[in-house]
Ligand binder design. Sequence first.
Ligand code: GLY
Length: 421
Amino acid sequence: MRVLVVGSGAREHAIVLALAQDPAVTALACAPGNAGTAAVAEQHGLDVRDPDTIAAGARAWKADLVVIGPEVPLVAGVADALRVAGIACFGPSAAAARIEGSKTFAKEVMAAAGVPTAASVTVDSPARLDAELARFTPPYVVKDDGLAAGKGVVVTDDLDAARAHAMRLLDAGHPVLLESFLDGPEVSLFCLVDGSTVAPLLPAQDFKRVGDGDTGPNTGGMGAYAPLPWAPPDLVDDVVERVVAPVAGELVRRGTPFSGLLYAGLALTSTGPQVVEFNCRFGDPETQVVLPLLRTPLAGVLHAVATGALADLPPLQWSDGAAVTVVVAAEGYPGTPRLGDLVIGADREGVLHAGTRRRDDGAVVSAGGRVLSVVGTGLDLAAARANVYHRLAGVRLPGSHHRTDIALRAAENRIAVPTAG
Ligand code: GLY
């Protein structure tokens, strides 16, 4: 099977590495890829936001399967163009990708499907903002309705800061979603979805704040781990039954079935799991810890979803251990990152590239805010943490920063799910 992966982050590097281990894969390419994917896959410098360009590139390369990593090409209709061209594609249509592309649409689908989520209101004009904000209590949750690369959400106790974020979005012409705050540990559950068939992967947890102890501004993600030893044993079945299957069914009912990976971001509140967000693709950085634990060859799994055969796929097989990933970010991130710094150790085992570029002399330099991730595995979370921080000590990037507490509270059994009453 010839597989083309679309995207250029550590998520795509993780997908490419997993595909490279599948004996069914005879050729691998990545568009546009990064300095890490170049070591395992052909690189094609295509514009991932242009459906016709990707479809033409996939056809010219004779791809049997295209796997789309990021949300932007999905919302732009790249999967639709590939299907029109007769090429199997892992990723939803633009119509189904609206579950991530518009938070207001996702709320409508959840309301119709009876899925638990935070109360919300969409504001599209500054004239209504103060009156709508007054209906909420701190902490205020203010979200960009559309795609924002993980940076559209502000959660704050400060009404002025909430208002200022909303005004920035409205001034830029973006509708704003105001939400009540969901209290409780967060979980990311990835589900393969093919119409109304749902197959969950292992649950994971990511770390969105830049600093240890969940301090500082939100980022695109500073680390993740899987599985979740503290989670209730019936969590995955419960979320599939009460959240993912009803949403998949509602999209079928609307004539826009979802095919690909539906990511449910949840808060485990005292009244049960509630949806924080849906994404229409593999999450980053959680993919970096979920895929190393998957023993079933990945290409066959993704091809089954892409060809409407998920119901025929045998149950997925998983390793018993745990995985932890830690993101190494450039100085200045999540503000303006410093670029062009030399990365030492970028080609070591367990390193996934994100914002990297290989110079003509072969050296790897930083080319983005989240520069790379380091992944460690082990028999349990404590062992995986020891492994990842040992590996990280072999990576050097001037001015960089990373969190030192990824998976720490879980490894020390210090996460509790709130209970009612
Ligand atoms: N981990 C958050 C995301 O992938 O959007």
